[in-house]
Design a protein around this ligand. Structure first.
Ligand SMILES: [Cu+2]
Length: 144
């Protein structure tokens, strides 16, 4: 904890040096909606090119309610991404159509991933690829 604080403080100090690069991280948390196959957040906005720390918080208490967040660059690739993930216990196969993904969060668990948002503004679909969840567990990351 102390170490994190020191790192954060040094980052702030470094940022005061007139440098044009930013170390700011946009933190987003997406939870599951209780025991439903739904996210509690179905839309969030980030700046183009921002560094994003995305956390999936699994709020479920029911067996098999395992979730992830997979942000997709090309929506037309979703059927294949889901198909291959479902053949792989819900874990997506890494692909150039996937911008970022968390691992699968077990009941009560939190998992995070850090990534850089696209520089191209738009709406980027995110889905849960655990078996049979993708139809209802979805939302949009808006890049502006
Ligand atoms: Cu899910």
């Amino acid at each position: 904890m102390k170490k994190t604080l020191i790192i954060l403080l040094s980052m702030i100090i470094l940022n005061c040096g007139g440098s044009t690069t930013s170390n700011e991280v946009t933190a987003i948390t997406i939870g599951s909606l209780g025991n439903e196959m739904k996210y509690d957040t179905t839309e969030f906005t980030v700046s183009a090119g921002a560094t994003v720390k995305l956390t999936m918080k699994n709020n479920a208490s029911m067996a098999n309610m395992i979730h992830n967040v997979v942000i997709v660059l090309d929506e037309t690739a979703v059927p294949n991404i889901v198909k291959y993930a479902e053949m792989n216990d819900g874990n997506p196969i890494p692909s150039s159509d996937i911008l970022a993904m968390t691992s699968l969060a077990d009941l009560g668990e939190e998992v995070s991933v850090e990534f850089v948002a696209p520089t191209k503004p738009g709406r980027y679909l995110y889905i849960c690829t655990y078996i049979a969840h993708a139809a209802t567990m979805r939302g949009y990351m808006i890049v502006e």
